[in-house]
Design a protein around this ligand. Structure first.
Ligand SMILES: [Ca+2]
Ligand SMILES: [Ca+2]
Length: 434
């Protein structure tokens, strides 16, 4: 609606035999045949990094080298736009002590290296290649079977994918030795289908009841994206007495905004309910007419701290009045957002979604999200596919629910002479299962 597992590879490092047959025969010892197995761990987390140059401007603010080791796929290193869009370009991680490297994961930005080496060194002076690419594919490259020893590892790029520089969201190094810092534990995955009801609102109150403050808070103010409405403090969001919440868009100038011509409602669960993974569903009868833009969607709960699109956005359902017979499900992240979001429409040709209630849902776990309308699964966003084709997957943390009914804006366009107001978006229920 805003438009513009720490994997541990276990490697058997050889069989260590302690004791001898002779010792057994003598009764003086015990034969121990044990697998001396040393686990590969993430060696690069929070390790210092340096780079040929870094970018710090409006296009990429504070895109310093340490952003490749922060285990945050919404931050990136990039070479300087004024002096760094040249070859070679490099970023070096100091692993803190000598390490043996077995695996590297690179999550590139659109500005990636087609030709590059991974080089290792004991002194950051003399480098030995442990991997060479001559036609690197960019996006996510998971390089296994590596074998090199040293304290410093660098990506040394010699050819760029486009006219820009080099940029990495993440540069993960796995192996043994070094001086590893234990990374944060990932959120526990769940098994789908999710069937335990953990949040619900059936909106069964008497007519005129505002949303339960234990579940929802109004989010008053103007909208983004060139929207024209003013969202009131629940004056436009009340139950209809028939089991639904009605979010009503009206043509009126609110006292809070002298320049506004429309009012509507927007509510969310940021301060009352957030969740990671599960099924979120709502039964909704969207509003129609030119210029209307009802939505059921989610933002990362870290939105107040990191902003958008770093928070991530999951649009379970959006509808624009000018396209009556389609709804849309879309993901937004720092590498793909706005008109470039990752999504699909669901179309019932010739129908008008504003004519009836439909159930809009997402089933979300650590590997994928599947979107459905009335049980028809029409779009699956697969984590691995997204990482290999679009960019980082930024949905492994808590999100909160949002309902709103926008008027105008870049996507639906402004109301015109055909627009009929007021218009109600009716929500029969919202339920979340885990
Ligand atoms: Ca990062
Ligand atoms: Ca209901």
């Amino acid at each position: 609606m805003i438009r513009p597992s720490k994997i541990q590879n276990r490697r058997r490092r050889g069989l260590l035999v302690v004791g001898t047959a002779a010792a057994v025969l003598a009764g003086a010892g015990v034969v121990q045949a044990q697998a001396a197995e040393e686990a590969d761990v993430l060696l690069s987390y929070r390790k210092p990094a340096t780079a040929s140059t870094f970018q710090d401007d409006g296009a990429c603010s504070s895109c310093t080298a340490d952003k490749v080791t922060d285990q945050d796929v919404t931050t990136r290193w990039a070479t300087s736009s004024t002096e760094g869009w040249v070859d070679p370009g490099w970023v070096t991680i100091d692993l803190g002590a000598s390490a043996t490297v077995h695996r590297v994961v690179l999550q590139w930005d659109a500005a990636y290296a087609t030709d590059y080496q991974l080089q290792i060194s004991d002194d950051a002076q003399n480098w030995n290649p442990i991997y060479s690419a001559t036609s690197g594919p960019g996006h996510r490259e998971d390089l296994t079977g590596l074998d090199g020893t040293g304290r410093y590892l660098r990506m040394y790029g010699t050819a760029r994918s486009n006219g820009y520089g080099y940029s990495l969201w993440d540069f993960q190094v796995y192996g043994t030795g070094g001086d590893p810092v234990t990374p944060p534990q990932p959120v526990a995955d769940i098994d789908l289908p999710a069937t335990d009801l953990v949040f619900s609102d059936e909106f069964d109150g008497p007519a005129g009841t505002t949303p339960d403050p234990a579940r929802w808070r109004a989010d008053p103010g103007t909208g983004q994206n060139g929207e024209q409405q003013y969202y009131t403090d629940n004056k436009n969001a009340t139950t209809d007495g028939a089991g639904n919440l009605a979010i009503e868009a009206r043509e009126e100038t609110p006292p809070e905004c002298a320049g506004c011509r429309y009012t509507s409602g927007r509510i969310n669960t940021l301060n009352t309910f957030t969740f990671t993974y599960g099924r979120a569903e709502a039964r909704i009868k969207v509003s129609g007419t030119q210029g209307l833009w009802p939505a059921f969607w989610m933002l990362g709960a870290n939105f107040p701290e990191v902003g958008w699109p770093r928070s991530g956005e999951i649009d379970v359902m959006e509808h624009v009045g000018k396209v009556p017979d389609a709804t849309y499900s879309t993901l937004h992240a720092p590498a793909y957002y706005g008109g470039g979001g990752y999504g699909q429409p669901y179309t019932l040709a010739g129908s008008d979604f504003a004519d009836d209630f439909h159930v809009y849902a997402v089933d979300w776990d650590a590997t994928k999200m599947t979107f459905s309308v009335d049980g028809h699964e029409f779009f699956t966003a697969d984590k691995e596919t997204v990482e290999k084709t679009r960019g980082p997957w930024v949905y492994d943390h808590p999100f909160y629910l949002i309902l709103n009914n926008a008027v105008g804006g870049d996507w639906p366009g402004a109301p015109d002479s055909t627009t009929r107001l007021p218009q109600r978006m009716l929500v029969d229920y919202v339920r979340v299962y885990q």
